[in-house]
Design a protein around this ligand. Structure first.
Ligand SMILES: C[S@@+](CC[C@H](N)C(=O)[O-])C[C@H]1O[C@@H](n2cnc3c(N)ncnc32)[C@H](O)[C@@H]1O
Length: 410
């Protein structure tokens, strides 16, 4: 039976929510919609009264593809919604802060993507998964990926022909690097001699910088360097990298502004040195990261670079063994950029240590707000928050925030 609803708000996944709650994907607040109800989900949705913020989705794949959730909303609406998500998460913890204007990455700027590839009777099917489904949607005109990345989808298909099983779906992570395409494949056939040889040959023919298969490097014509400040780093296969260059630059310049003038910095959850290496132009940095292959890559990048101050690295699980206050003595500033779970254990120690300046980069407003509350309770001021949208048209929100001990707040 068809029912009518008015959308009250968007949820954290970007779905419209009406009283009930009833979830209506790809609708906007204020819209009157009709459809059938299955559980809490509105299906076969018709927009009866569209919002003024509704726009024609720019990408022709939007209807079927699960890669984007918010292409039906105007840019100003998405920008305000993402900033509001952060503001509301902080308000739920009793914190108010200045929100700076959002930085949003341009279309066609994603430098890294994981393409799903399935072998079919005719050959292969490559693209993104559909919304909450196993169906793969082809994306030849994707508006997210950088043109060079889009042009590399046939590489993923060729690898699937060689090493994809008939039943499984291959996850092919493509990353642009200064030496060409860096490819890391998960979920392929187990390696044996002949497969290894044919994949290595394909890597050569396709001119790949590097090919890794389930974590094992099969071919490396050139190290797939990423430039971090004055240093270049070859990250381990599949290692974390900020999704867009301009998003990385926005986060970095925000972090640089927060820690400006610091001579001794600790960078926690440092990855391969996205922040540590540029910061080492002016400060000594101790970089701590859980994954040893990443700290090794960072260290190697630092050793090859010219003119940087000292960087020390440490592979350490910061959830189980956070840096303790006595390890943070004489430190001028801490940068932290944890995964989605946030940094509860580390923040508890940071609060004790009373390091004068904290730059907190986050990909999860909820855990950020929880940790911000602990930091503020320990006597810090949250000066401002910069929201950065590297995941354009998705429900994902990232930010960088400036904290200073209250007696030195500016
Ligand atoms: C959001 S990434 C940030 C990396 C880096 N700051 C950058 O911008 O490229 C989070 C990093 O935390 C690391 N990580 C995850 N869990 C960790 C843990 N328990 N202890 C230490 N590092 C961890 C991941 O390996 C990843 O490099």
């Amino acid at each position: 039976m068809t029912q009518q609803y008015t959308i009250a708000r968007l949820g954290h996944q970007g779905d419209g929510i009406a009283d009930g709650p009833i979830f209506a994907p790809r609708t906007l607040p204020g819209e009157v919609v009709t459809g059938g109800v299955e559980g809490q989900q509105l299906t076969d949705i018709r927009i009866e009264t569209p919002s003024d913020d509704r726009v024609k989705p720019p990408c022709r794949h939007y209807k079927a593809c699960g890669g984007c959730q918010l292409q039906h909303a105007s840019d100003p609406f998405v920008a305000a919604w993402k900033v509001d998500i952060v503001r509301a998460a902080l308000a739920a913890q009793g914190i108010e802060a200045e929100m700076r204007p959002i930085h949003t990455s341009l279309p066609h700027s994603r430098r890294r993507a994981t393409i799903a590839v399935r072998r079919t009777k005719k050959g292969t099917l490559a693209g993104f998964h559909g919304r909450a489904s196993d169906v793969i949607t082809e994306i030849p005109d994707c508006h997210l990926l950088a043109p060079e990345l889009l042009a590399a989808i046939p590489v993923a298909e060729a690898l699937a022909v060689l090493g994809g099983s008939r039943k499984g779906i291959l996850a092919v992570t493509l990353t642009l690097s200064s030496a060409g395409l860096d490819v890391s494949v998960q979920g392929g056939k187990p390696l044996d001699g002949p497969l290894e040889a044919s994949l290595a040959q394909a890597a050569e023919q396709q001119g790949l910088a590097r090919l890794a298969w389930d974590g094992e490097v099969l071919a490396m014509r050139n190290p797939p360097y990423q430039q971090f400040g004055a240093a270049k780093v070859a990250p381990p296969p599949g290692a974390f990298l900020q999704a867009t260059k301009d998003g990385e630059a926005a986060l970095l310049s925000t972090v640089q502004e927060i820690v400006a003038g610091s001579k001794k910095i600790v960078d926690l959850f440092a990855g391969c040195g996205t922040f540590s290496l540029p910061l080492a132009a002016d400060a000594e940095v101790h970089a701590v990261e859980g994954e040893p292959t990443m700290t090794q890559a960072l260290d190697q990048g630092w050793r090859m670079a010219q003119g940087l101050k000292r960087i020390t690295t440490e592979a350490r699980d910061l959830f189980r063994r956070p840096l303790m206050p006595d390890e943070l003595r004489k430190v001028d500033a801490v940068v932290l950029d944890p995964p989605r779970a946030g940094a509860e254990a580390q923040v508890a120690e940071l609060a004790q240590a009373q390091v004068p300046v904290i730059a907190y980069v986050s990909c999860n407003p909820v855990t950020f707000a929880r940790d911000a509350k602990a930091i503020v309770t320990a006597g810090y001021t949250l000066n401002w928050v910069q929201v950065v949208d590297q995941f354009r048209w998705s429900a994902h929100t990232e930010l960088a925030a400036s904290f200073t001990l209250s007696h030195i707040s500016g």
